[in-house]
Every structure is written in structure tokens, then in C-alpha cells.
Ligand binder design. Structure first.
Ligand SMILES: [Fe+2]
Length: 207
């Protein structure tokens, strides 16, 4: 009874080379992302069993495992669409203006997201997100897939900083991998997410 399915990549495994090798992409999508999908589905089933039996002794662990796997699935799904063999350069229009407004300049924003991604301790992500309560763009430094995240924020551009994303190619030099990610950013996709997030009706009153 799977709730979630592994999406196809919008390009071939070798399409992002040389920035990301086909070997890494195939393992990353076909093994790691697939494991999060399976983990989320399996954990939902286990939670349903616990509920049916009214046996909630293991619920704390199950909820944690579900949040981990669901967030891994969500972030990887966004990550694939955020990248493109034809990516790079800079955003235009209202997204560019919002970046200037909330980060001072594109250079300030890119330096912050690069640093957030490069300095995650252990495994995590650097994320550009829309924060609807303050109606602003922010950078988040996410631990694992779900830690250090502001509630109700919407990820727009996500940089995977887990070793499985780069280690076979870049070894321990994560900053070199992060620099290459910028050359792959699909700003059309990021702009689409920005437009949707900004137009959405917040569940919270405006401050
Ligand atoms: Fe990953």
C-alpha cells in the first residue's frame, strides 16, 4: 500500500556530467532516493498497524523515522527538478528582485547558500526557502533531511550536502562540488516554485 513513488528524473543519468557523474546520479536516485520512498511507505504502514492495535509504545521512533524518510523524499524530488544540463547563470525578474531585497545582492545570497551547504556538520542540505509569515526569502541549513527547518517554510532551491551526493567524485572537497552545483541550477524551476509559494494563502496571520 504505497503512498509515495519514486519520480523519474527529468534527464538521463549522464546528463549532468561532468559536474555530477552518471554513476553518482544513478546511485543517488536509484538507491538513496528510492530508499527514502520505501522508508516513508513502510513507516506509514507500521504506524497504521500500531494505530489498529492501539499499541503506541514505539510511536516516538516511528514518527521520527517517518519525518526523516518523507523529508528525504520531498527534498530529493525538488533537487532533481532544480538541476538541469542547461542550468546556471542567474534568475531574472521578480525572483531576482526578491533576492536583492532580502539578501542585499545575488552575490550575498549565493555566498550565504554556498556557505550553508558547505558547512553542514555531518549530513544535510542548504536551502533557499520562502517564509510566508514574514513574506521573505531565507536560507536554511538543514540537518539530515528535517532538522533546523522553520515551520511552514517552502523549499525553492535545495543543495544536497550528503556525502552520497558527491564523495565518489569530489572526495572530501565538498566546496568544489557546491561550486559546480551553481552551474546546474534551473532558475526556471526555482522561479516557478517561488511564484507558487508567494501566491499561496498562508495558514498564519500576517505579522
Ligand atoms: Fe541525497
Amino acid at each position: 500500500m504505497g503512498q509515495y513513488t519514486l519520480p523519474d528524473l527529468p534527464y538521463d543519468y549522464g546528463a549532468l556530467a561532468p559536474a555530477i557523474t552518471g554513476e553518482i546520479l544513478e546511485l543517488h536516485h536509484g538507491k538513496h532516493h528510492a530508499a527514502y520512498v520505501k522508508g516513508a511507505n513502510d513507516t506509514l504502514d507500521r504506524i497504521a498497524e500500531a494505530r489498529d492495535q492501539r499499541e503506541f509504545g514505539g510511536l516516538v521512533g516511528l514518527e521520527k523515522t517517518y519525518a526523516f524518510n518523507l523529508s528525504g523524499h520531498v527534498l530529493h524530488t525538488i533537487f532533481w527538478d532544480n538541476l538541469s544540463p542547461d542550468g546556471g547563470d542567474r534568475p531574472e525578474g521578480e525572483l531576482a528582485a526578491a533576492i536583492d531585497e532580502h539578501f542585499g545582492s545575488f552575490d550575498g545570497f549565493s555566498a550565504q547558500l554556498t556557505s550553508a551547504t558547505s558547512t553542514v556538520q555531518g549530513s544535510g542540505w542548504g536551502v533557499l526557502a520562502w517564509e510566508p509569515l514574514g513574506e521573505r526569502l531565507i536560507v536554511e541549513q538543514v540537518y539530515d533531511h528535517h532538522g533546523n527547518v522553520g515551520a511552514n517554510t517552502a523549499p525553492l532551491l535545495v543543495f544536497d550536502a550528503w556525502e552520497h551526493a558527491y564523495y565518489l567524485q569530489y572526495r572530501n572537497v565538498r566546496p568544489d562540488y557546491v561550486q559546480k552545483l551553481w552551474s546546474l541550477v534551473n532558475w526556471t524551476d526555482v522561479t516557478r516554485r517561488f511564484d507558487i509559494a508567494r501566491a499561496g494563502t498562508s495558514i498564519l496571520p500576517k505579522t
